[in-house]
Design a protein around this ligand. Structure first.
Ligand code: TYD
Ligand code: MG
Length: 455
């Protein structure tokens, strides 16, 4: 009976199970469930017992609030993802794979915010102060007025923060923080939660902004950033392919701004530099158009971005042809292939299909359907699409093309980058002002007929 209080928690998603198992039912992660003793086992205590709390003050919704006093870092890509700047008394989580550049980004951010007059602390639980200083040196930030500490004991950190009252605290990383009120090892779900909870509470209590770094973990030894996502105001993920120098900072949750906003950076020998015009970056060299390539006019957050979608279709000796996707959803690819076969009579059986979004960007919007179909068909028919042409539109299971939002912005961006024509779904708002020659189609069969001559 001594084990009655023990629960089994997934280190990836935080789901609680009654017994241990090899795979978490909630998120599907393998070998991520660990045994945890709960924070407090004081069962039976009731809030309305002998000692009552104080009554809280309620206000109505119409009460006028001053606009949030945001501080801008001057790094436009970061400020936009934050929703227009850093909000005091907010907690921000920055997650990402190890080595992707989180510490680099946050050290640069710290220097920028400090230069704007914020009292900024950088607490490193992973690297010694000398290592952080070396990185600062490499980034040319040695003179920035950032206060540095290498510490993991949460009690000491909070005591210092309470006394010093900084405007911005960066904690790198939350998985290294150790709270002595929790019995388990640093990096366990309860430690990470307790540390995130205390630091978030500090942010709210003292009006400081707190940025927590969280490593995305693959092996389940330490808790991933997902277990603290619900505690913080803003969740940003720093992503990118290791082999590419491009890094994308993506807001997945933001209580103070639009979610789904992205900021684009490039990793250079002297840290991260901003990429103000991501379209130019995601389009590979635009020479003569090659078969299997289509340019998708997309929207990322509030900004139009043009991306090249590349496909390769090749006969296979295998009975199970390969379907390999980078930067897009594999299930969605299967759907497009099925629609092409069922509605347009173009089978991909016996053919390997490789699909790649250039530049390491991940796109999720169904607006890319038509561009994917165009790239696939172009690869299969070995025919290049018209030069200087962008494509967008959603494909429904019936093969009909559905209009997508912000067509005008997509066309404008394409015109700005020197494209001369576009293929878009019929319906939606007419895009007259962009100067592009827009071909509007109602279904995929018409598209195939128009571009590839009757398929
Ligand atoms: P880092 O910020 O330590 O990653 P994280 O904190 O997410 O684990 O970045 C590590 C990588 O970045 C490392 O492989 C080296 C590279 N890097 C550069 O290319 N240029 C630079 O100026 C710096 C500081 C790092
Ligand atoms: Mg780091």
């Amino acid at each position: 009976m001594a084990r009655a209080n023990t629960s089994y928690t997934c280190t990836e998603c935080g789901a609680v199970h009654s017994k241990w198992s090899g795979q978490c039912d909630a998120c599907g992660a393998w070998n991520s469930i660990t045994e945890e003793t709960p924070l407090s086992a004081a069962a039976g205590t009731q809030s309305l017992g002998a000692s009552r709390g104080r009554t809280i003050t309620l206000t109505d919704l119409s009460a006028r609030e001053a606009p949030l006093p945001r501080t801008q870092s001057g790094l436009a890509e970061l400020d936009r993802v934050l929703g227009g700047g850093l909000v005091p008394a907010s907690a921000i989580l920055v997650g990402g794979d190890p080595g992707i550049g989180k510490s680099t980004l946050l050290l640069q951010a710290a220097a920028h915010f400090a230069a704007r007059g914020l009292k900024t602390f950088y607490i490193s639980g992973e690297e010694a102060a000398a290592q952080v200083r070396m990185r600062a040196d490499r980034l040319g930030l040695s003179d920035a007025p950032v206060q540095l500490a290498a510490e993991t004991v949460l009690r000491d950190i909070l005591t210092t923060l309470d006394a010093e009252r900084p405007d911005l605290v960066i904690v790198d990383s939350i998985q290294t923080m150790w709270s002595d009120s929790v019995g388990s090892a640093p990096g366990s779900v309860s430690q990470v939660r307790a540390a995130a909870h205390e630091l978030t509470a500090f942010a709210k209590r003292r009006g400081s902004a707190v940025i927590l770094v969280g490593h995305v973990t693959k092996d389940g030894q330490i808790a991933g950033p997902r277990v603290v996502e619900h505690m913080v105001d803003t969740v940003l993920y720093f992503e990118g392919e290791r082999g590419h120098q491009f890094r994308i900072l993506r807001a997945v949750k933001n209580r103070f701004g639009p979610a789904d906003e992205i900021g684009v950076f490039e990793m250079t020998g002297r840290g991260l530099s901003e990429v103000a015009n991501p379209s130019a970056l995601f389009l590979s060299d635009r020479g003569t158009p090659a078969p299997g390539s289509a340019v998708f006019a997309g929207i990322e957050g509030t900004r139009p971005v043009l991306v090249e979608i590349q496909a390769l279709v090749a006969p296979t000796p295998q009975s199970q042809p390969r379907r390999s996707v980078v930067g897009w959803d594999g299930g969605r690819l299967a759907m497009i292939l099925a629609v092409l076969e069922a509605r347009c009579g173009i089978p991909f059986t016996g053919l390997d299909v490789y699909l790649n979004v250039a530049g390491g960007l991940k796109i999720g919007a169904p607006a890319a359907d038509l561009a994917v179909a165009a790239a696939l068909l172009s690869a299969r028919e070995d025919t290049a699409l018209p030069a200087e042409c962008v494509v967008f539109g959603e494909i429904s299971l019936s093969g009909a093309l559905r209009p997508v939002g912000q067509a005008e912005n997509r066309l404008k961006e394409a015109a700005k980058l020197g494209f001369s024509s576009a293929i878009a779904p019929a319906g939606g708002k007419p895009g007259g002002e962009s100067g592009l020659k827009v071909t509007r189609m109602t279904d995929l069969t018409a598209f195939v007929g128009e571009i590839f001559g009757a398929g």
